[in-house]
Design a protein around this ligand. Sequence first.
Ligand code: HEC
Length: 197
Amino acid sequence: MKKVNKIVSLTLATVMATLVLQSCGAEGNHPGYEFMPNMYRSAYYDTYTENPIFENGITSQLPVQGTIPRGFVPFEYENTLEDYLKAGRALKNPIALNDKVLDEGKQLYQMFCQHCHGADGDGKGSISHPVYGGIPSYTDEVAPRRTGSSMSELKSGHIFHALTYGLNAMGPHASQLSKEERWKIVHYVHELQKGSN
Ligand code: HEC
């Protein structure tokens, strides 16, 4: 019995050695067979390359017309002077004013506005870049704004519109601050307009 076992294992060893020698042997660089090539080389499209799935051959598509991104709340006023003035006339702050709201508005102001507009809203924030040199004070009663009147007379709707779309060197804040947060800040800006700080 032992002898038979020995013969079997010897034969097996020879067969295997032959296979190994053959596979890396004489014929050169034969890489072996791929039984399921799709598993090694899946069909995919590289980023930014053309692909035949969409009619126009590009990989990314514009959103379907009339749809909005998840979580995005549309603002019914456009980024035009006309709509800015309209917003100033029509919009009322939907958030009732109380101490808690005012305090939240203040905290948001400190995070998002103070470095440019200053703690008191006098336009003297910590940013010293020349682009932000002429930041108007909220208490300003002279220099006319887009409204034709002064900073101290800006209405809630004007401020909300300016926060949403930005104005020249001031960027839009619609993506950083929710509608509620912007309205809370508007309450605090009214406080600063009074110059009571
Ligand atoms: C990067 C600096 C910067 C930041 C941040 C910034 N502002 Fe301004 N802001 C400006 C500048 C500059 C102007 C003047 C723009 C102009 O008149 O061309 C301005 C103008 C304004 C006006 C007047 C808009 C109008 O309609 O005349 C308001 C109100 C205002 N900012 C409020 C805010 C509030 C509130 C925040 C925080 C959410 C904020 N800003 C953040 C730089 C900034």
